[in-house]
Ligand binder design. Structure first.
Ligand code: FAD
Length: 433
């Protein structure tokens, strides 16, 4: 089974609201014949496109190979939340890696958001970028810790973009009886993820990158000159960048051991006659559940609501029915609302929820496993790989050198073991622990 093909149609975007409403690029031709490049990039999501764009800007000859269309993967279908920091909070980072590393990792998160904003501006990418992401808390007893965390970020990390709200003050912003309070991060943002990806692809093309779509990489031979194989063509390259994330399959066992695919699902409702019954401000929201619920409004007043996940190769048959359950629990006022679009996507997670930056060999780099926080970090990862190939970067090594276990079990056992572990946490969500 190959996740690249198990839920989607070859060479097509999923039936998402993004795909239905975002102007597409003309298709790029498939790779045929023998080619040479300084760098061959595999994967046309944020990681691969950012690496390719920055390498081309550094004067490298780059060929990017994408199995379907650019933005086919998680980058073209996600929740669009561009959050601060890392997926893991600063307290945990300080405990796990020490103060200096925790500060450097926070700074990387800030650099990632700045990079995205700069790229959007420089390349005039029209992707509905708007500031403001709230974290919604379900349990009143956790609110003091949230307040303390906001104070810590302000005091120790000089980050003063967060405001905490309790009770009705929060519910004026996020109109759900489920939430007891939360914090609004005005330095985070949300955007149309597919439009952002296609804007990066256009920028990469203009910078001179050769993009090939419908070109699945089937094998990579290591060596001083690596050979990247696809069905109808090969690329010989001095360097290879892997930006395949959850869709990697078995072209690099070293990366596969560290990055586990899981699936997550989103729906778009019919346009709401009055969107202010859901959100008092045009912000994105993610909640404190282990399987996070996340949502925001589209420019045409739909609720884009993400929640639920599964851990196999197949998406559920009826994604809309599955996601409707948490959506109506959180917003009972939407009971019975029509769902116009529903789709799933595959993302990569790691054992410690920190990105996996890997040097597969001297001339092959990989980044992935952003664990649900890749909108900004994957774009930065791509740039850091470009800088590393150019011999100019230290931040790639900072992340690559963090201790990170692989998933236990061989290729056959990893997924069932993960499923067992995740179901335990899902059960804790249900019990309100
Ligand atoms: C439903 C969902 C919601 C999410 N919400 C958010 C969010 O709100 N905020 C956030 O920060 N993150 C979110 N994420 C995570 C985020 O989308 C990812 O971390 C990010 O897009 C990773 O980018 P990438 O380029 O590494 O991977 P992808 O975008 O998945 O790109 C990988 C590409 O590689 C290609 N590929 C793979 N194997 C091969 C091969 N052998 N040959 C050729 N091409 C290949 C695939 O076709 C794919 O296009 C979400 C993810 C999902 C699925």
């Amino acid at each position: 089974m190959n996740l690249l093909f198990s839920n989607d149609k070859q060479g097509q975007y999923p039936d998402s609201w993004y795909a239905a409403t975002t102007p597409k690029l003309d298709a790029f031709p498939e790779l045929t014949g023998e080619h040479r490049a300084d760098v061959c990039v595999i994967g046309g999501g944020y990681t691969g496109l950012s690496a390719a764009l920055h390498l081309a800007q550094l004067g490298r000859k780059v060929i990017l190979l994408e199995a379907h269309r650019v933005g086919f993967g998680a980058s073209g279908r996600n929740g669009g939340q561009m959050s601060s920091g890392q997926r893991v909070d600063q307290d945990t980072l300080e405990d796990s890696f020490g103060l200096d590393a925790a500060h450097a990792l926070w700074d990387m998160g800030e650099a990632a958001k700045t990079l995205c904003r700069d790229l959007i501006k420089t390349h005039s990418i029209d992707c509905d970028l708007k500031n403001g992401v709230a974290e919604a808390e379900i349990q009143t007893r956790h609110l003091p810790a949230m307040q303390k965390y906001a104070e810590k970020l302000s005091r120790d990390y000089n980050y003063d973009q967060i405001e905490c709200f309790e009770g009705d003050a929060f519910r004026e912003m996020v109109k759900s009886p489920t939430y007891q309070g939360g914090m609004l991060d005005r330095g985070s943002a949300h955007l149309n993820p597919l439009a952002f990806t296609l804007g990066l692809a256009r920028a990469a093309q203009l910078a001179g990158v050769t993009i090939c779509e419908n070109t699945e990489v089937t094998k990579v031979d290591q060596g001083n000159t690596a050979v990247v194989h696809s069905k109808h063509g090969n690329v010989r390259a001095e360097n290879v960048v892997f930006g395949c994330n959850g869709y990697l399959g078995d072209i690099s066992p070293k990366v596969a051991k560290r990055v586990m695919p899981i699936n997550n699902f989103i729906v778009a409702t019919a346009p709401l006659p009055d969107p202010s019954v859901i959100l008092g401000q045009d912000i994105a929201v993610a909640d404190s559940k282990f399987v996070v619920n996340y949502f925001r409004l589209s420019p045409d007043n739909r609720l884009l609501f993400g929640g639920r996940e599964n851990y196999g190769y197949r998406f559920p048959r009826d994604i809309a029915a599955k996601v409707r359950v948490p959506m109506e629990q959180i917003f009972p006022q939407l009971a019975g609302i029509k769902i116009d679009y529903s789709w799933g996507g595959t993302l990569g997670i790691t054992t410690n929820r920190m990105p996996a930056f890997l040097r597969i060999s001297g001339n092959m780099l990989a980044a992935g496993g952003y664990s649900g926080q890749g909108v900004a970090l994957a774009v930065l990862a791509g740039k850091l790989m470009a800088d590393t190939i150019q011999g100019q970067d230290k931040s790639f090594n900072l992340m690559a050198n963090l201790p990170q276990m692989g998933f236990p079990g061989g290729p056959r056992m990893r997924s069932p073991l993960l499923k067992m572990a995740m179901l335990w946490y899902v059960a804790r969500d249900k019990l309100g622990l």
